[in-house]
Design a protein around this ligand. Sequence first.
Ligand SMILES: [Zn+2]
Length: 72
Amino acid sequence: MGAIELLVIIVVLIGVIYALNSRSTAAKSSSESAPGFFRALFQGRATLTCWHCGAETDSQKPRCQHCDRELK
Ligand SMILES: [Zn+2]
């Protein structure tokens, strides 16, 4: 299999996932964002880097799990 075929398969898969996600979030709640879904999908769970202490923390929480300062 060539690199172009592989790329086409990946693009189609992302398209299918995005279509399913936009349908399910529309049914559930409009406040849920697609980027959060994709981060959770690719990383297992959504994390972000705290800009106070530089550690990885759960982006779902309002405060850093390490230094307990507000993330927003
Ligand atoms: Zn922190």
